[in-house]
Design a protein around this ligand. Structure first.
Ligand SMILES: Cc1ncc(COP(=O)(O)O)c(CN[C@H](C(=O)O)[C@H](C)O)c1O
Length: 344
């Protein structure tokens, strides 16, 4: 029985055409700045996001953590929404690598409001008791929010509050191209208010490895130093960068297919007895699925697997399904059939 892997869009494998592009890549030593394909990808992504420069990174986590380190000094504080990837899924890197504290602001479906950001900013006290709030990080699309998106207008409104208080702004744009395609807007419009933006090539875009961090030339120069310090300097990485150039050319518009499939899956599951799906949160390629009270994640995942469907567990009673390049309409049909059989 074929298996449809809905655990994450990180599971996408390079297509044959992408592998050919990788095999043809011109390469050089990127630590010496001599890999022409990496340089080309960095220029292309900087232009895509409307930034002066960009830096190729082995992972989205490293792109975020280098950004935090570049914006802050030990003892500073950063503001994150309570379900942010930087807060939950990056190994406490903000503390271990940057020595900063976090103020988690309450969001709705993973998205912050200007009021929540304003309330999270440490008032400069007369004494030096407080950490200094230095950086606001947003996530677009918001993973644990359900793959929800910030609009350009809401992003700008949050940036106004941050700028009024002298904060720097970083965007965890792991799925920024999903957010842009879902809204029919230019990625550069969503990136515009930010000092730094990370984007992932290794998720829905189908690359085996890679993210980029974009920002001003001065910011990227400073980030370059921290990437090296964190061990992220790479040598003939053009083989990986070629996948990114290929993906930017061929795999961006098709993200709409992933969103359509996620929507179809969500609407079918929402109709099943005992399952809970927040359809308002299904805005891109993710479907969070609430199980019946008392259901056991492991048992459900095993039953789904036995029916050829892999899903991810988020927390007790909550699963996640993510559509991507390697999921087709037949895979969605199989997932609907499997959940239907189990929900009875
Ligand atoms: C918003 C966001 N920002 C950053 C990252 C980190 O990217 P990588 O370090 O995995 O390349 C992820 C990965 N997300 C992964 C997933 O969704 O399966 C897991 C949870 O780490 C992400 O969702």
């Amino acid at each position: 029985m074929p298996t449809v892997d809905l655990r994450s869009d990180t599971v996408t494998r390079p297509t044959a055409a992408m592998r050919e592009a990788m095999a043809r890549a011109e390469v050089g030593d990127d630590v010496m700045g001599e890999d022409p394909t990496v340089n080309g990808l960095q220029e292309a992504v900087a232009a895509l996001l409307g930034k002066e420069a960009a830096l190729f990174m082995p992972s989205g986590t490293m792109a975020n953590q280098v950004a935090v380190r570049t914006h802050t000094e030990p003892g500073d504080e950063i503001i994150l929404e309570g379900t942010a990837h930087i807060y939950i899924y990056e190994g406490g890197g903000f503390a271990a690598l940057s020595g900063v504290s976090v103020c988690c602001a309450p969001g709705e479906r993973g998205l912050l409001t200007p009021a929540a950001v304003a309330a999270a900013i440490r008032a400069p006290g007369s004494l030096s008791h407080f950490p200094v709030t230095r950086l606001l990080c947003l996530e677009n699309s918001a993973n644990r929010g359900g793959g929800t998106v910030y609009t350009p207008a809401r992003t700008r409104a949050l940036a106004v509050v941050a700028r009024e208080h002298g904060l720097a702004l970083h965007l965890d744009g792991a799925r920024l191209l999903n957010a842009a395609v879902a809204q029919g807007v230019d990625p550069a419009e969503l990136a515009e208010p930010f000092d730094s933006v990370s984007v992932c090539l290794s998720k829905g875009l189908g690359c085996p490895v890679g993210s980029l961090l974009a920002g001003s030339r001065a910011f990227i120069e400073r980030a370059h130093r921290f990437r090296k310090q964190f061990g992220g300097g790479m040598r003939q990485a053009g083989i990986l960068a070629a996948a990114g150039l290929h993906a930017l050319e061929r795999h961006v518009d098709r993200l709409a297919d992933d969103h359509r499939r996620a929507r179809r899956l969500a609407e079918a599951l929402a109709r099943l007895p005992g399952l809970e799906v927040d359809l308002e949160a299904v805005q891109t390629n993710m479907v969070y699925i609430g199980l019946p009270a008392g259901a056991d994640n492991a048992a459900w995942l095993a039953e789904l697997k036995a029916r050829g469907v892999l899903a991810g567990a988020v927390k007790p009673g909550l699963l996640r399904a993510v559509t991507h390049l390697d999921v087709d309409d037949a895979g969605i049909d199989a997932a609907i059939d499997a959940f239907t059989a189990l929900a009875r």
